[in-house]
Design a binder for this molecule. Structure first.
Ligand SMILES: Cc1ncc(COP(=O)(O)O)c(C=O)c1O
Length: 393
């Protein structure tokens, strides 16, 4: 190993370790569910994106098991070589049906979808207008285009409009937003974004990773939640509400999807999704569409926990989404409360700089349709005791 590189990395890691500590992954065992086994303890899980509880659904798991028998594990080839199976096409059609698009194309993850979508659709004559709180994968994907980029202040329609006015010379303008922002759980102001897009002849791309399957009467996502039509391109994940396996997609008009199949590098130059994962996602989408009661339960669970934590005096960012941001600003307060919750047997993560701005520390609680009322009450009681313990300390 090159000594200079090794020395620099070691010095930087030592400095980070002394300043903030190094991030260490939590090692859980057993299947994903509303409880997780961590270091021999059973914790009630409020840290997963398994919003509909489908990750542990027996039908989803059985379908994947059967697909393993039928198709084997992986395909050892890209989609454009001999890696495509019938289930990939079935899943692409099923995703398009769920989100109300003409077609969709699969990627290994939504991170990859976001890395692959911009460079394939845009060029140097184009302008991207991107919300300042967009997900890291959107930011990185936009960096891979030669298009000019203007970041507008989070959900600030006036700032966005200024960008649209300044960029009238562009060949295309593309407004880019998360449908649901993963740190705050707030929903993008889609009706107003659609209106601006129409007014300025811009296209709109929404990353609906936290909304597909979750928002809207049929789980179609943010556009259905607001009853708007004008989303040109949608990206999303199969790693959250839709079974929690892995995979991402871009959905939109046929010409967009065909362009991605022809030239999107993370689609072309990588191994195809394992067929068993595709089958698990197909089963999850069918269940998500058939069982609207899962969204009703998720909504009721979320409203209950948001209310209970507010009643306890916690500062909960307002909203309806199952991402519940409990603000615990300053110092190590958020981390201390998360540790107290963990001692009580509840798992939720504290978020601090650089994941959120300094001074905006919080605990992110994620609710699932699968949480029982007992588990929600347990969480509220744990938060109550954490508050009392910290007040006494
Ligand atoms: C908004 C958003 N986009 C994209 C991703 C990436 O999704 P995936 O896990 O499928 O790569 C995430 C997950 O963290 C996300 O929250």
């Amino acid at each position: 190993m090159n000594a200079g590189l090794l020395t620099r990395l070691t010095v930087e890691l030592d400095a980070q370790s002394a300043a903030t500590g190094l991030r260490r992954d939590l090692v859980a065992s057993g299947p994903q569910g509303t409880t997780l086994e961590v270091a021999g303890e059973t914790l009630v899980n409020f840290a997963s994106n398994d919003y509909l509880g489908l990750a542990g659904d027996p039908e989803v798991i059985d379908s994947a098991r059967r697909a393993l028998g039928e198709h084997g594990l992986g395909v050892s080839a890209g989609r454009v070589l001999c890696g495509t199976r019938g289930v990939h096409g079935e899943l692409e059609a099923s995703i398009a049906g769920l989100v109300g698009a003409e077609d969709s194309v699969l990627y290994s993850s939504c991170f990859d979808a976001n890395l692959g979508v911009f460079a394939a659709l845009l060029g140097a004559d184009d302008v991207v207008l991107s919300d300042s709180l967009n997900h890291a994968s959107l930011i990185d994907g936009i960096r891979l285009t030669r298009a000019r980029t203007r970041v507008y202040a989070h959900a600030d329609l006036d700032d966005l409009e200024r960008g649209l006015v300044y960029s009238q010379d562009a060949r295309h303008r593309l407004i880019v937003t998360d449908g649901v922002f993963s740190m705050d759980g707030d929903i993008a102001p889609l009706p107003a974004l659609c209106k601006l897009a129409e007014q300025y002849d811009a296209a709109l791309l929404v990353d609906d990773s936290h909304a597909t399957g979750v928002l809207g009467a049929t789980g179609a996502g943010t556009a259905e939640y607001f009853g708007v039509q004008h989303v040109d391109v949608l990206t999303g994940t199969l790693g959250k509400a839709l079974g929690g396996g892995a995979g991402g997609f871009v959905a939109g008009p046929r010409a967009v999807v065909e362009t991605l199949r022809q030239s999107s590098r993370p689609y072309i130059f990588t191994n195809a999704m394992a067929p068993a994962l595709a089958v698990a996602a197909l089963t999850s989408i069918r269940i998500a569409r058939e069982r609207s009661e899962l969204r009703e339960r998720l909504s009721a669970n979320t409203a209950w926990l948001r209310g209970a934590l507010s009643d306890l005096g916690y500062d909960v960012l307002p909203g309806e989404h199952p991402i519940v941001a409990v603000m615990l600003r300053g110092g190590t307060l958020a981390r201390d409360v998360a540790e107290a919750l963990r001692r009580e047997g509840a798992l939720a993560f504290a978020l601090s700089h650089p994941v959120v701005p300094a001074g905006e520390e919080r605990i992110r609680v994620q609710v699932s349709a699968a949480h029982t009322s007992g588990q929600l009450e347990f969480a509220a009681a744990a938060f109550a005791r954490a508050r009392t313990a910290l007040a006494a300390a």
